[in-house]
Design a protein around this ligand. Structure first.
Ligand code: AMP
Ligand code: MG
Length: 350
């Protein structure tokens, strides 16, 4: 793959804004690939109704073909062209959270190509809120399949430069629109069962959903790691930097002592040690590269920094990474879900 990729830096008040949006919309409509910011992470978009275009996404990302894509729409009136049984609860959630970082799973109609759903009878749909994402989809005039704009397995991209690192030469256009708002992928909620089930936690949390529609559950694998996830993508090793990560759980002091003593041992073995620390503990951590992930009082900040930090460790070539864990706030469930996967479930309790 060696395409000429057009890279455009774009803000909403850019005088060329509509021109760039229209160019991106045209590329998508005609079967090309465009990467753009959304309020979750950056997405790599293709015309969801064009099988050849979708194949290009799987190729550009190196994504396993059984991992289905989310279909992104900009017009609610088009939803029932693609899905069956939009029940009352779905309608309430749509009214509350769309456009926004909540993906809903419905039974699909035949108009949705099998290649998007990896052969499943269901399809995942979302309406993004980020103006660039929303306007591009509207301009394309077709639904857009848009998984995260990273090479499969790497941390999701939350900044334009992450996308350029991974996809320059693999897509037709990259729009660099700054920082993705939340920095975590959308919450995925399966609406096809009797009780809606969260397949992937995100910034729309369980209690936010329950406050609108009543009881929802977590998919079994989120509460018991031995269970097979219902969302095919959740079974893959994901979000991982090159170096192994170990998550250390315990009281502040014990965690700091443990990480520092392991770090000393690793350094004596000639290894370069990275540490993920909340800002209030950075000065107490002893490693080669100690990165602050933000304040534990602001989980949104931690969410927004997580993937950036995982990528940073690749740039500085550490050999091993230690991280504290994050608890207490509901958003931390989504943060820990990504961190635990990045760590391949390496958790040490001290
Ligand atoms: P990404 O495109 O990288 O945001 O990942 C999309 C996530 O949604 C993956 O974990 C997919 O496995 C999941 N997903 C997409 N479609 C479905 C579906 N029909 N049923 C269950 N999970 C899905
Ligand atoms: Mg992804």
């Amino acid at each position: 793959m060696n395409k000429k990729t057009k890279i455009v830096v774009l803000t909403e008040n850019d005088p060329n804004y509509m021109q760039v949006i229209q160019e991106a919309g045209k590329i998508l409509r005609e079967g090309g690939l465009v990467a753009f910011p959304t309020e979750t992470v950056y997405g790599i978009g293709a015309n969801a109704l064009d099988e050849e275009a979708i194949k290009k996404i799987y190729l550009a990302k190196g994504r396993p073909s059984d991992n289905p894509l989310i279909m992104h729409i900009s017009d609610l009136n088009t939803l029932d062209k693609y899905v069956n049984d939009i029940n009352e609860k779905s309608k309430q959630l749509i009214a509350q959270f769309w456009p926004g970082p909540l993906t809903l799973i419905f039974h699909k109609k035949n108009s949705v190509p099998d290649i998007i759903t990896g052969g499943l009878e269901t399809v995942a749909v979302r309406m993004p809120k980020h103006p660039i994402a929303y306007d591009i989809i509207r301009s394309a005039g077709v639904p857009i399949a848009a998984p995260s704009a990273n090479i499969s397995g790497k941390p999701s991209p939350t900044r334009g430069r992450h996308v350029i690192e991974d996809l320059d030469g693999r897509v037709d256009m990259i729009i660099d629109g700054g920082k993705a708002t939340h920095g975590l992928e959308s919450t995925v909620l399966d609406m096809t069962g009797t009780i809606p089930s969260i397949l992937r936690p995100g910034s729309v949390t369980r209690s936010m959903i329950e406050s609108v529609i009543g009881e929802v559950s977590y998919d079994n694998h989120l509460e018991d790691v031995t269970q097979v996830p219902k969302s095919p993508g959740m079974k893959y090793k994901h979000y991982a930097p090159k170096a192994p990560i170990k998550i250390v759980v315990g009281s502040d002091d014990r965690v700091t002592d443990y990480i520092n003593s392991q770090s000393t041992i690793n350094q004596s073995q000639g290894l370069k040690v990275g540490i993920i620390s909340p800002i209030h503990r950075v000065d107490f951590m002893q490693g080669d590269v100690v990165l602050s992930i933000g304040s534990i009082d602001r989980p949104e900040e931690i969410a927004s920094n997580l993937f950036k930090i995982l990528r940073k460790f690749d740039e500085v070539n550490v050999d091993i990474i230690y991280s504290v864990d994050f608890q207490g706030e509901e958003l931390n469930i989504a943060i820990m879900n990504r961190l635990i996967k990045a760590a391949g479930h390496e958790i040490i309790t001290v």
